[in-house]
Design a protein around this ligand. Structure first.
Ligand code: XMP
Length: 513
């Protein structure tokens, strides 16, 4: 296994992700935990030093134990990791007066490159992502330069004999397009076969959950979304019926959704599941509420109450399981307390653990969305379930601008089902990030047969996106839109006009509220 020593970079997890792509097992450990004894026990086959915000000049600068260089295994230093390596091995680091580099830069390889980097530099100049203030100014003995950038004469350095490699840039980020190749070369040199898989992740995760939980009880809020479902199935595999799931049905789910979730988890997975049917509670509280934030806050508050009520009924519950993913972890670290305004109060169960005094079990904390899907497949969740579009916690409430009524929700559910059916029939589901119908708070006049109609208008929404942060509308062809409008009007009583929302995000948002 490979050890990543974390010096506090924002993107350390991306290194782990790249290694998982290369099917290499790795663990990230913060530098404070890595001492001589730890290294002996861990016995890494290779070590990577992450980047980090510190300067080797600062007091108590993060450092690895020097014994790491005596293990006889390859070591790769990234950015701050490079500076650490030079600092420890007798080179020199200079403060970055006027030589800081942030963002895109081009590394020009030197002549010796081919023997070491083995085809990594395919073009003459390689785009890389730099983010450093200090830089190396003198190499440690044994090291040579293999590539330079305008502001980093030591962009790529190595002591080939000892298998120590160090780069000033970040090969793990998206903006270093060929960075994976560098990791690939490194792990090959270290002798990894690339045989680690999601199946192994599953086994390791199960082991860790058992260790963490012991014989305590765990509760899990199951929303029917991919993340909480994968987390629940994995935890159930680890600790069986010490886990209880709570599925809160707030009456704002899509057609057939509650039944599907309950059937799947109870019958196919044998998961102990509380189906909290709280439709009346939620819909009564929402009656007459038309302000979007008030809707969101009402739902969020009731959700916590209901969850807590059911959780209290489980004696000895000491842990709360959540399907937190790595992007949630970074976002909350980098954006918490920032000056950004609240666009929407997102609904989640974030306030629960403190309120309930529960410890967290978050087995997906290191994974990205596509990896969670891969794990879901590994656990045998059906493909149709794994590939589902995201669905917001407040559900249909935020797709029904204006006051919510049960009648409108019925119409909305029926129209949404037709739209999704159309998208599936045309084989477009997987090309779209999210698609749904919003029912508009206006009625318009139409003519059907020989009669006048006065019914609701609805809007179709379908967007492409990579992360939900920005989005563009999906370019359906006109025949598809025409056919869908006709089907909705014919099949859904209560709607007589269909529009297509072609707003991108920004300036729009994906949901209507
Ligand atoms: P917006 O509408 O802000 O949505 O562009 C971006 C993504 O987030 C989803 N969304 C939510 N998800 N709780 C959630 O779990 C919420 O309160 C919530 N609001 C929006 C939305 O469906 C889209 O995928």
């Amino acid at each position: 296994r490979l050890l990543i020593i974390d010096f506090g970079s924002q993107v350390t997890q991306l290194i782990a992700r790249r290694l998982r792509e290369l099917k290499v097992y790795c663990e990230i450990h913060p530098f404070q935990n890595v001492d001589d004894a730890f290294l002996r026990e861990f016995a890494p086959k290779a070590v990577i030093f992450s980047g980090g915000p510190a300067s080797v000049f600062s007091e108590g600068a993060p450092m690895p134990p020097l014994s790491v260089f005596e293990l006889g295994v390859p070591v790769l230093g990234i950015c701050y990791g490079q500076q650490v390596m030079m600092h420890c091995l007798g080179g020199m680091v200079q403060r970055g007066h006027g030589t800081a580099e942030f963002g895109r830069a081009y590394v020009a390889p030197s002549e010796e490159r081919l023997s070491l980097l083995d085809g990594w530099f395919e073009g003459v100049r390689e785009q890389v992502w730099m983010s450093h203030g200090d830089h190396v100014s003198r190499l440690a003995p044994g090291f040579a330069v293999y590539g330079t950038s305008p502001n980093a004469p030591f962009a790529v350095t190595a002591d080939v004999a000892r298998h120590f490699y160090a780069v000033q840039f970040h090969p793990e980020v998206h903006h270093t397009p060929n960075g994976l190749k560098l990791y690939e070369n490194f792990v090959r040199i270290a002798g990894f076969d690339g045989d680690w898989t999601m199946a192994s992740f599953r086994e390791d995760a199960i082991e860790k959950i058992r260790e963490q939980v012991g014989d305590a009880k765990v509760i899990c809020g199951l929303s029917g979304g991919v993340d909480s479902s994968v987390a629940a199935v994995l935890i159930h595999e680890a600790i069986g019926d010490q886990l209880t799931c709570v599925f809160v049905d707030h009456g704002l789910l899509r057609a057939g959704e509650a039944e599907q979730v309950v059937t799947m988890f109870r019958e196919h997975y044998n998961l102990p599941l509380i189906h909290a049917d709280e439709v009346d509670l939620f819909l009564d509280a929402l009656e007459g509420v038309s302000d979007p934030e008030e809707k969101r806050k009402t739902i969020g508050r009731l959700f916590i109450d209901v969850f807590q009520k059911h959780a209290d009924s489980i004696e000895g519950a000491a842990f709360l399981a959540q399907g937190t993913l790595y992007p949630d972890v970074i976002e909350s670290v980098s954006f918490s307390g920032g000056p950004s305004v609240t666009i929407k109060s997102h609904h989640n169960v974030g306030g629960l653990p403190e309120k309930m005094g529960l410890k967290l079990v978050e087995p997906l904390r290191e994974l990205f969305k596509d990896e969670v899907r891969a794990l879901g497949r590994e656990l045998g969740l059906p493909e149709t379930f794994i590939g589902r579009h995201p669905f917001p916690g407040p559900g249909l409430a935020i797709r029904c601008p204006g006051a919510i009524t049960r009648a409108k929700l019925e119409i909305l559910r029926a129209a949404d089902a037709v739209f999704i059916d159309q998208i599936r029939r045309h084989g477009l589901y997987d090309d779209i990030w999210q698609a749904f119908v919003a029912i508009l708070p206006v009625r318009t006049v139409g003519v059907m047969g020989d009669g006048r109609t006065y019914d609701y208008a609805c809007a179709l929404r379908a967007v492409t996106s990579v992360d939900g942060m920005t989005a563009d509308y999906y370019p359906f062809d006109h025949d598809f839109l025409g056919e869908t409008a006709t089907r909705i009007i014919n099949e859904v009583p209560g709607i007589n006009r269909v529009t297509y929302d072609i707003t991108s995000k920004p300036p729009g948002t994906i949901e209507w509220e």
